[in-house]
Design a protein around this ligand. Structure first.
Ligand SMILES: [Zn+2]
Length: 386
């Protein structure tokens, strides 16, 4: 147990008050005092500070229970903002969110060439655009969170290894001095897992594995409500679990990695190798599947087998509450969900259907970027309020 000094307790109490108000939206000081077991004078001091910071306002009088009518304190979700960045294979997406993690502005820009300079230039343009999109918010932006497709070094602000991206060791340090804002890096699957655990279907669940199916496959691991990152913060590279010895060649240099069979790129590649009418993305392929085009039906069925292989391993290792599938296939739970469950839970002695819930992310393609935008908010206030 670590003893807290006076200022830690004060900061902690302030975060608890913000957290409570963000959930309840409107409360009196007495409500806050009772719910958090903090004295009324302390609550009064904290509320005074929050009012000065513009995070809460007074919103009229509550009905009296005898004596003076108490003042209602209202939480203001638009009092602070955060910026989330998603670095895709050939584009950058940037969003401005408020304290409710609601997307206020959304921008996307293609990368013309894949160089470190270009990536930074595009990010700067997009962030400037977002900040200028609202009147006078520069001082209200808490920071910039980046969701990146590979192993990140959060301290050094570098993307170290990204096997599906053509660059490595990209430094994002200059964004810090350029914008004079805190910069946070997060692996994209970890960012997705964070969003799911704080905002999505897995809210308040202790153990979940988030499987991000995009160009590759990444994993975000939440154990006992904490993100597990491993010794060198490289845990969760589940796309590189071998599911076929001497199998397909992977960008990482090894063979038979799960993502060479179960990423969205693998799904599209498998179809295009078998069909005379190639598709460009998962949406086009699923459209063909839904019209019962025979090659699409066959390829999707094989793909579900491939997805099953990796997910079963994750269940055996982690025994999670939930496996959440996000990314490019997440909006097609109608196509994948029941087939996937029946294959995962058939013929095994350990688990039956329902023991582990397999869900598709309700945040869809927004989960990674919302998770990224959430990091500066959690860093400032230690809460998520949806
Ligand atoms: Zn690999």
């Amino acid at each position: 147990m670590v003893a807290l000094d006076h200022s830690d307790i004060k900061t902690n109490n302030k975060k608890r008050v913000i957290n409570l108000l963000s959930k309840e939206r409107e409360l009196t000081k007495l409500d806050i005092s009772r719910k958090l077991d903090i004295s009324v004078p302390t609550v009064t001091t904290i509320v005074g500070e929050l009012k000065e910071d513009g995070i809460v306002e007074e919103a009229g009088m509550a009905t009296s229970t005898g004596g003076r009518k108490p003042v209602i304190i209202r939480f203001l979700p638009d009092s602070r903002y955060s910026v989330g960045i998603y670095l895709g294979r050939d584009y950058v997406r940037a969003v401005l969110t408020n304290l409710d993690s609601k997307i206020i502005e959304d921008r996307k820009k293609d990368l013309i060439v894949i160089t470190e300079r270009e990536v930074l230039k595009v990010i700067k343009t997009l962030v400037e655009d977002l900040i200028n999109s609202q009147d006078d918010i520069e001082s209200k932006v808490l920071g910039i969170g980046l969701s990146l497709p590979g192993t990140v070094n959060e301290k050094e602000l570098t993307l170290e290894v990204a096997t599906n991206f053509r660059l490595k060791n990209i430094s994002f340090k200059e964004l810090h001095s350029y914008f004079n804002l805190p910069i946070f890096l997060e692996n994209e699957a970890n960012a997705g897992a964070l969003a799911e655990s704080k905002l999505g279907i897995a809210r308040d669940l202790d153990n979940l594995i988030y499987v991000s199916v995009t160009e590759g496959i990444g994993g975000g691991i939440f154990i006992n409500n904490d993100m597990y990152k491993g010794r060198d913060r490289r845990a969760g590279e589940i796309g590189h679990m071998c599911i076929a010895k001497n199998g397909r060649q992977c960008n990482c240099g090894r063979k038979g990695c799960w993502e060479t069979y179960a990423s969205s790129r693998a799904l599209i590649k498998d179809y295009n190798e078998k069909s005379n009418e190639p598709v460009r993305n998962v949406d086009e392929l699923i459209h063909k599947f839904k019209t019962e085009e025979s090659t699409a039906v066959k390829v999707v069925s094989e793909y579900i087998d491939n997805l099953t292989e990796g997910i079963l391993s994750l269940i055996f290792i982690f025994n999670p509450d939930y496996i959440i599938i996000g990314g490019d296939i997440s909006k097609y739970s109608d196509v994948f969900s029941s087939e996937l469950s029946s294959r995962i839970f058939c013929n095994n002695e350990f688990y039956k259907e329902g023991d582990v819930k397999i869900l598709f992310s309700g945040l869809g393609n927004d989960s990674n970027i919302l998770g990224a935008a959430l990091v500066p908010v959690l860093n400032s206030f230690g809460f998520s309020n949806l």
